[in-house]
Design a binder for this molecule. Structure first.
Ligand code: FAD
Ligand code: NAD
Length: 469
């Protein structure tokens, strides 16, 4: 057992855990972060947000160079793909950023303990390093930040070569001829877009009758239309019920979601992207008596306390959207709570972004949710075809949509599909954080010519007074 107990031991060095550890140390708490991966940054930096956004950017530029620049009067010779170099760039970004967190730990005096952490008794964490050596840490408080892992699909066994999870799809050594994606959610559409742009045929099998469930329906329809125009193929209301390895690929059985005749589809690579599940293996939760919910997530109260005193949990391993920035906000909140402050997360203002092109951004309530709850609302929309900057950059796909309370005009949600939607949404995040009305947004001066003017015009449209349409 360590001589001086830590004030906080964080188990898991992803965006939830590492941010929590840094904030706790900033607040004067003696802090350690235990991570078993061999690198800090968790899913997000190693096999999630960062490598996927790096490939999304590189593949988008490849696609533009290949067939989009002509309309701007730029002609190029034959555009070539050096996939190994593209992957090398991605790997370097990952290593640089994960090393950067080690530097931040040193700067903030967080002890980085490489190894697997297990709850081993009240106020104790057993640490097993890569060589199997065991030691015990004493901790006043323990924060579980062990994140999530991909979900499996029965009958479709992932080998990370022919049948891959997102991790394998981020590291293919060749562009597949046909990539079949199971699941039309964030991962399927982002990584499907990467390989589509690099030359693969991409078809998506989605269980529901729509893509990106949980996002605003009108936006989802527009999103599917635009992806279809780019060449992505969709089989909605369908499920994959089995996969067989064949020479050079995989043969899959696809059926209607409701059941019915099965069809055989062949692909050389299959990406299984049907969601993620909380990761709690090997943590010793049972022995410690920590209660999970029906979905296997660690149950916490509004102060991130589990049912066991001194044990907290944050990030993908607890309920809520599985997003890096949500995990980070929770990490900061729990550190501040442990330091005697009143940490808090406003879940109403957590944006969600699909980083395809165009990007898709969602914030707050969708129209479907407002209808379901019987809330009276107003809607304002503005298309990028009517935005001058979008015209300048020849990126006019999509629209911005603002939803506000019919009586008070308070903004309830915003949804954008369009160029840089993921950046644009943040002005509405700030507005909502300050309890703004759609009129507040509409009366705020926006520089011309910017894409943000589409957001202002959507806010103006709530009262039927958009200028440019
Ligand atoms: P994680 O990042 O999963 O980190 C948990 C860490 O805990 C892991 O490193 C794991 O090794 C470690 N660990 C587990 N058990 C133990 C143990 N017993 N002892 C020691 N260490 C342990 N989100 C976004 O917001 N934006 C995006 O663009 C985005 N893109 C994504 C793309 C992909 C392909 C994927 C898979 C996910 C993406 N996400 C994105 C989701 C995002 O990665 C997660 O929401 C985020 O990483 C969750 O953070 P976390 O700290 O809760 O957990
Ligand atoms: P997801 O929940 O976004 O999408 C999964 C999709 O698979 C859903 O549309 C679901 O209906 C479908 N599905 C489920 N079972 C199926 C089946 N048997 N057959 C066909 N379709 C099926 O999950 P994901 O894409 O795996 O991503 C996991 C999580 O990771 C996301 O929910 C998100 O929280 C996070 N993530 C975020 C980003 C981002 O922020 N840009 C990117 C990637 C991942």
């Amino acid at each position: 057992m360590a001589d001086t107990p830590y004030d906080v031991v964080v188990i898991g060095g992803g965006p939830g855990g590492y941010v929590c550890a840094i904030r706790a140390a900033q607040l004067g708490l003696k802090t350690a972060c235990v991570e078993k991966r061999g690198a800090l940054g968790g899913t997000c930096l190693n096999v999630g947000c960062i490598p996927s956004k790096t490939l999304l950017n590189a593949s988008q530029r490849f696609a533009e160079a290949g067939h989009d620049l002509g309309r701007l009067g730029i002609t190029l010779g034959k555009v070539g793909l050096d996939l190994a170099a593209m992957m090398g760039h991605k790997d370097k970004v990952v290593v640089d950023l994960t090393k950067g967190i080690e530097f931040l730990f040193k700067k903030n005096k967080v002890d980085y303990l490489a190894g697997t952490g297990t709850l081993s008794g009240p106020g104790a964490v057993a640490l097993t390093d890569a060589a199997g050596r065991e030691s015990e840490l004493a901790a006043e408080n323990i924060v579980i930040a062990t994140g999530s892992d991909h979900m499996e699909l029965p009958g479709v066994d992932i080998d990370e070569k022919r049948i891959v999870s997102s991790t394998g799809a981020l590291a293919l050594s060749r562009v597949p001829k046909h990539l079949l994606v199971v699941g039309g959610g964030y991962i399927g559409l982002e990584l499907g877009s990467v390989w589509l742009r690099l030359g693969a045929k991409v078809s998506v099998v989605e269980f529901l009758e729509r893509i990106v469930p949980g996002m605003d329906g009108e936006i989802a329809n527009a999103f599917q239309r635009v992806l279809k125009k780019q060449g992505m193929q969709f089989r909605l209301s369908s499920k994959v019920t089995g996969a067989k390895r064949i020479k050079g690929g995989v043969s899959l059985s696809v059926e209607p979601a409701k059941g019915g005749a099965s069809e055989t589809v062949e692909a050389d690579v299959v990406l299984v992207a049907v969601g993620r599940r909380p990761y709690t293996e090997g943590l010793g939760l049972d022995r410690a008596g920590v209660v999970l919910d029906e979905a296997g997530r660690v149950k916490v109260d509004e102060r991130f306390r589990t049912n066991i005193a001194g044990i907290y949990a944050i990030g993908d391993v607890i309920p809520g959207p599985m997003l890096a920035h949500k995990a980070e906000e929770e990490g900061i909140a729990v550190a501040e709570i442990l330091a005697g402050q009143s940490g808090h997360v406003n879940y109403e203002t957590v944006p969600a972004i699909v980083y395809t092109w165009p990007e898709v951004a969602a914030l707050g309530r969708t129209e479907e949710e407002l209808k379901e709850t019987g809330r009276d609302y107003e809607v304002g929309k503005f298309p990028f075809t009517a935005n001058s900057r979008a015209r300048c950059i020849a990126d006019t796909e999509g629209f911005a949509k603002v939803l506000s309370d019919a009586k008070s005009d308070r903004i309830l949600g915003a949804h954008i599909i369009g160029p840089d939607a993921g950046t644009l949404i943040h002005e509405v995040v700030v507005a909502m954080e300050f309890g703004a009305s759609a009129e507040d947004l509409a009366r705020t001066c926006h520089a011309h010519p910017t894409l943000n003017e589409a957001v202002k015009e959507a806010a103006l449209a709530v009262e039927g007074r958009a200028i440019h349409i």
